[in-house]
Design a protein. Structure first.
Length: 518
């Protein structure tokens, strides 16, 4: 029976909250950030409220806005982190924005916004918390913003009424009466045509059109999104806990279902099954043995690539359960070596899945999803290797989680600087039947969908594959893409490099001399 430590909570008066920061200052800072976002991301006169199509894409303006938002949010809430943490988070903040300077896309936007949120959260935290909790807080800020803003406004109005008995408190006291009066007026207007006629004479269309315009909605959305960063919630102090008596804990369901015998038997069966799969892969994939009639190596590889990854993930979850603190692995001499052997087989399984996918790509060319699958398999293999290190060196699950999070962050951040359209186009052309003499035929339609960034990979092969000229001609969005950075708001380093390449290779480039609006 396992033993756990209970704690006695120290009795006494509840800890007092820190005095709240003036909400007026936070509202002014938030309004300034909203105005800055409108100028940087929209850049149109304030009177423009109808839907318009901007002649530029979002570029350098987004990292500029996030940089200003992070600095303003930290200034409003005050710095509470130690000096070494400040240096680390400032570096994380700068590195995250650097991904947006390279190119603004979905992945770099996620990296930049998360870096900004983590920068503000860690720099302004008044009490220590785990990085997992801070990451969850950063990821959910945008969803909690509207509710938190509404609550703060209501709290501020209530305090204004209590603390300011003068004209300001009296003004707050008019809110509910006026709202209820408007409701009654609407009801009377629907019942009395005379009142309705008088109300119709009042022209509110212009005001309503402005209040319900896309511009106003954009301002409100921006305000709700940034509010949790501008006005950080002040939490009460922690309740002091002292170690108390030792209380016997009841055994969990896992102790009944996954005891010593169950774990040993499970691992023996799993090792045998995985060994069979490994032998088949070594025979048919690595050894090149002949498959049954009607089945190609590409089909064999494709059918197993993704299910085997799911199998490896389930196996990793089982290993975590088997090696849990206080579990049967701590009392059995067989479980730990069986787990290590099984984990090693899972690593071979993932390597086999990568090889399967490589065969499939060689037969059917490379795509975005297949490239993402390669990266995902590498991450799974890395996680399994880290799991072996954890078991061998008796590290905690927290160490394993942190190590996997670091590997994931490194891979995702590195992907922000990979020109994926150019990479995919280069691989498909270099391994096509038209160039290499073997492999799949070029999928011209898919090359045309990659966009203008793929053009530098196509240009060197125009003489060998004349059909690529038609693909380049279909890159009409390229012209808008390149003009977009002529307006400084849409500038990105990747677009600038493409423009330089086209300027030095002007065979099929159109006239791009007309600038967008400044």
């Amino acid at each position: 029976m396992s033993i756990s430590i209970a704690s006695d909570v120290e009795t006494g008066p509840a800890p007092a909250r820190c005095p709240a920061r003036p909400i007026v200052i936070s509202l002014l800072a938030a309004a300034t950030c909203v105005a800055l976002a409108d100028w940087l991301l929209v850049g149109l006169p304030i009177g423009v409220t109808r839907w318009v199509v901007l002649d530029w894409q979002i570029g350098i303006s987004l990292p500029l806005f996030l940089g200003a938002l992070g600095i303003v949010a930290v200034a409003c809430n005050g710095i509470s982190a130690p000096r070494h943490v400040q240096i680390i988070m400032a570096a994380v903040f700068a590195v995250g924005l650097l991904a947006l300077v390279e190119d603004v896309n979905l992945l770099s936007t996620m990296v930049g916004t998360m870096a900004t949120a983590m920068f503000v959260i860690v720099m302004t935290a008044r009490e220590s918390s785990s990085w997992q909790g801070q990451l969850l807080d950063a990821a959910t800020l945008a969803f909690r913003g509207p509710l938190r803003l509404a609550r703060y406004v209501l709290d501020a109005l209530r305090h204004m009424q209590i603390l300011t008995p003068g004209w300001l408190g009296s003004l707050v006291a008019w809110i509910v009466p006026l709202v209820v009066f408007a409701v009654f007026l609407a009801l009377f207007a629907s019942a009395n045509p005379l009142i309705e006629h008088q109300l119709i004479q009042i022209d509110l269309s212009a005001l309503l059109e402005y209040l319900l315009s896309w511009r106003t909605m954009l301002w409100m959305l921006t305000l709700c999104t940034i509010w949790p960063l501008i006005h950080r919630r002040v939490k009460p102090g922690r309740i002091v806990q002292q170690p108390g008596a030792i209380i016997a804990a009841e055994p969990s369901d896992l102790d009944f279902l996954l005891g010593d015998k169950a774990m040993v038997r499970s691992l023996v069966l799993f090792n045998a099954l995985f060994a069979l799969q490994t032998v088949l892969d070594l025979t048919y994939l690595w050894g090149g043995a002949s498959l049954p009639d009607g089945m190609s190596h590409a089909e064999y590889a494709h059918r197993g690539a993704y299910p085997l990854i799911v199998t490896a993930l389930l196996a990793a979850g089982f290993v975590l359960v088997a090696m849990r603190p206080g579990g049967p692995a701590e009392h059995s001499k067989l479980i730990r070596p069986l787990v290590l052997a099984w984990t090693a087989q899972n690593v071979l399984l993932v390597i086999s899945s990568i090889f399967r996918l490589d065969l499939y790509v060689a037969a059917y060319s490379l795509t975005y999803l297949r490239l993402a699958a390669f990266l995902w398999m590498v991450l799974v293999a890395t996680g399994l290797v880290l799991m072996v290190i954890q078991i061998a060196r008796r590290k905690s699950n927290g160490w394993l989680l942190s190590a996997n999070a670091i590997s994931l962050a490194v891979v995702l951040y590195g992907c922000c600087f990979i020109n994926t359209p150019r990479l995919v186009a280069s691989y498909n052309i270099g391994h096509s039947r038209e160039i290499a003499g073997i492999g799949p035929n070029l999928d011209l339609a898919y090359l045309g969908s990659l966009g203008p960034q793929a053009e530098p990979a196509l240009r060197p092969h125009l003489k060998q594959i004349p059909a690529l000229q038609s693909v380049i001609c279909r890159y009409k969005p390229r012209y808008t893409y390149l003009r977009s950075y002529r307006n400084w708001r849409g500038w990105s380093f990747r677009a600038w490099r493409l423009d330089r390449y086209l300027a030095n290779n002007p065979d099929t480039s159109p006239d791009l001399s007309s600038d967008g609006r400044g």
